[in-house]
Ligand binder design. Sequence first.
Ligand code: GLU
Length: 392
Amino acid sequence: MSAERKSLKSHRRIVIKIGSALLVDRKTGLKTSWLDAICADIAALKADGIEVLVVSSGAIAMGRTVLDLPSGALKLEESQAAAAVGQIALARAWSESLSRDDIVAGQILLTLGDTEERRRYLNARATINQLLKIGAVPIINENDTVATSEIRYGDNDRLAARVATMTGADLLVLLSDIDGLYTAPPHLDPDAKFLDIIPAITPEIEAMAGGAASELSRGGMRTKIDAGKIATGAGCAMIIASGKTDHPLRAIEQGTRSSWFSPSGTPVTARKTWIAGQLLPAGQLFLDEGAEKALGSGKSLLPAGVRRIEGNFHRGDTVAIIGADGHEIARGLVSYDAEEARQITGRKSSEIEAILGYAGRAAMVHRDDLVMTGAVRRGAKKEDRKEDAAHA
Ligand code: GLU
């Protein structure tokens, strides 16, 4: 066993994401004995002083079963109705099963906006923290009943990663019907090799994630790797493990096969974690090489280094910052509305007042509002983290 594979009990706060197919059987409905077994695992962790949060899928699958809907794809409004019916049953099942171990459950339903908007994000975080403080287990799902097709997570892998970073968890466990990451989709490639330790999510690792999703679950390996990027970038380790057997957490503890993703060395500040983890940046700033290098050495982004702007954003929105080769290198909170930003693009900061008629900020994105997220050159990530340490 490698040094990176630690006991679950060496963690402080663990988010466990449970895929729909583990909890709900298409024909017979809720898998009660499986649920009871994982609740016993959760109780064992809590008895050791570990805080546990659950991100539970299964609302739509439960609703389908209760409503006896035919198999196959559902229209958005059909899955919203199914979720409305299924979520009640799901939450009740969690609550009842945890109560056997004298644990109280609290339901949290989140929308994408709750994690993308800073104030709502802080509100959700405060509620979840309060639940943990009183010893309850938050049972979290996306609020599928109001999510529209454009504005939704759609998969609980990334939602769980966002919850993990939001709450400063140090471990995220993704339980589904696959036991971990393979070099290629194992059902398609007989030579696919299993990876038990993933020290960093490199472009090669990303390329290994196939599409794959079953009728009951939307997330394939792609969303799991995306979740890994969000979690590990914020200093949270991640495990992908099979939940197909009873007591899957106990099985992990006993060394069952699973993939372990190491957290990145120094986590960035909570605020920068929020900036980096947003799913829908409001716009894009395209840089020249000079500006890219400046960002890499920890400087702010000045209007002079921006070549082009896309999107319709407001001051304070998160924008993606694109390097000279077309890849995202950073995210940040922009100091200007899109229209003003376009007017000062490529211009010196000393010209801003003459162009806009008021003395705005010299930087289009100040370094305190900026976090490196992508293929950075010249050790820029390291610089960024030093900056963070200085501003923490
Ligand atoms: N939120 C969905 C549900 O509860 C599940 C999304 C997913 O499968 O990741 O049914």
